[in-house]
Design a protein around this ligand. Structure first.
Ligand code: GDP
Ligand code: IMO
Ligand code: MG
Length: 418
């Protein structure tokens, strides 16, 4: 069985939590897209873990973790993440963690370029500043350096110099310090020493696991509305975190995937710039932020908060081919007395129930629900208060997608199967 976990709002829906949950029966979990712009939280065994590059299943000893070909890797971040995990008692060794040789490396100049590009823009994207966009650009430009280059013996200062050329011209023009190919080469050799034993041909491992009929989980990062093609361009990330993109980033064909689970929050949040029709720039937004502890796992930025937008979820269900939904933070939203849900938009004098090209011009039309529910102690769907059940049923009815499970707290034990 192959299951895929994808975000279908603007990220931070609880994909890490869902991926860890689904990995209970899995032999293999693959992180498929993005880089350390992601921050995936798992609360389990009485501990809180924050993953940026490692799949969330890394905390399970019996599961193999793969960083797939679609991921971009900042080796320094990965080295420090491995160290932090080990300090938290998580076992990491080359029989458990495998890094795709095809994954591209976020080089030192990429992070600087990320900052410079933002500085040069009038309308800033509000990137995480982790070098994601410039790394994917070099990948598309076919000048990127891949993890396999670290161990192939073919990497030379000249090859790095070729990659650095464009960036250094720009840095000179803007009075930024330039990069020296020999220094960057030395950095690469240090990375080889620390990560070399994990780099391999992961495709082979994935295919063998599939042939042996063992369960595989694909852990998506980011979300549909941050997708390079389907998100609010240009306020997007530089990869395709939709279900097809994540399948490709993992190296698994779409027809082999049995379940595509779309993760949502019972409200919306967004970090960075871009359209957000249901945003509440008022005391309601502030209250959701406080109740849901909505501060970025990666950058610590306060997240913009607002009502659940079901038009987004309905369109996302089709683009991703969702087979089910997971709704998180049902505990959080229930603390409000009155809850609104966007069911259509007013757009150019008409009422529409799809996402048009100019989303920033959409005015949401809401349906109101009664809140004030308390999920404390709820273990089964039947235990949930009626108002909460009504809310969940409406999500299913509107989107046409069944809810598989519900989050009523951050801890893995606070997961309710529907
Ligand atoms: P991801 O990027 O999609 O993996 O999500 P993040 O980990 O960045 O953000 C989700 C946040 O919500 C984390 O702090 C989780 O611990 C927390 N969380 C997830 N599900 C629930 C839930 O059902 N209730 C509450 N209160 N917190 C949750
Ligand atoms: P997870 O996997 C939330 C957002 C950034 C910015 C835009 C582009 O934890 O859900 P980038 O650095 O990727 O070039 O930034 O995308 N962004 C995320 N927002 N969660 C994420 O990942 C994100 N990854 C990127 O805030 O708006
Ligand atoms: Mg996150």
């Amino acid at each position: 069985m192959i299951k895929e976990i994808v975000g279908i709002q603007w990220g931070d829906e609880g994909k890490g939590r869902a991926s860890h949950y689904e990995s209970k029966t899995a032999a293999l979990v693959i992180r498929a897209t993005g880089g350390n712009n992601a921050g995936h939280t798992v609360v389990a065994n009485g501990k809180k873990y924050a993953m940026h590059l490692l799949p969330s299943a890394i905390i399970r000893d019996e599961v193999k973790s793969i960083i797939g070909p679609g991921v971009v890797i900042d080796p320094d971040v990965l080295i420090s993440e491995i160290k932090t995990m080990r300090e938290a008692g998580v076992e990491i060794n080359p029989e458990k963690l495998f890094i795709s040789g095809k994954a591209h490396i976020i080089m030192p100049q990429h992070k600087k370029l990320d900052a410079l590009y933002e500085e040069m823009k009038k309308n800033k994207i509000g990137t995480t500043g982790r070098g994601i966009g410039p790394c994917y650009s070099d990948k598309c430009d076919r000048t990127g350096i891949r993890m396999n280059d670290l161990i192939s013996g073919e990497l030379t200062p000249e090859k790095i110099g070729e990659m650095l050329k464009k960036a250094n011209i720009l840095f000179e023009k803007y009075d930024y310090e330039t990069f020296d190919e020999n220094e960057v080469y030395k950095t690469c050799m240090k990375w080889k020493e620390q990560l070399g034993e994990y780099i391999c041909d992961v495709q082979h491992i994935i295919m063998e696991t599939y042939k042996a009929n063992k369960d595989i989980v694909i852990e998506g990062a980011q979300a549909l509305y941050l997708d390079l093609d389907h998100g609010d361009y240009p306020f997007v990330t530089s990869s395709n975190p939709n279900a097809s993109g994540a399948a490709s980033g993992a190296g698994i064909g779409p027809t082999l995937i049995d379940e595509v689970i779309g993760i949502i929050k019972a409200y919306c949040s967004r970090v960075g710039e871009g359209p957000f029709p249901t945003e509440q720039k008022n005391e309601i937004g502030d209250k959701i932020r406080d109740l849901g502890h909505e501060y970025g796992t990666t950058t610590g930025r306060p997240r913009r908060c607002g009502w659940l937008d079901l038009v987004m979820i309905k369109d996302a269900a089709f683009i991703n081919g969702l087979t089910s939904l997971c709704v998180n933070h049902v505990d959080t939203i229930g603390k409000l007395e009155e809850i609104k849900v966007c069911v259509s938009y007013k757009y150019k004098g008409k009422e529409i129930d799809y996402i048009p090209m100019n989303r920033q011009e959409c005015e949401p039309v809401y349906k109101t629900f009664k809140g004030s529910w308390d999920t404390t102690g709820a273990k089964t769907y039947e235990d949930l208060p009626e108002n909460a059940k009504e809310y969940i049923s409406f999500i299913e009815e509107y989107t046409g997608v069944k809810v598989k499970y519900i989050g009523v707290g951050a801890d893995e034990s606070q997961t309710i199967i529907k």
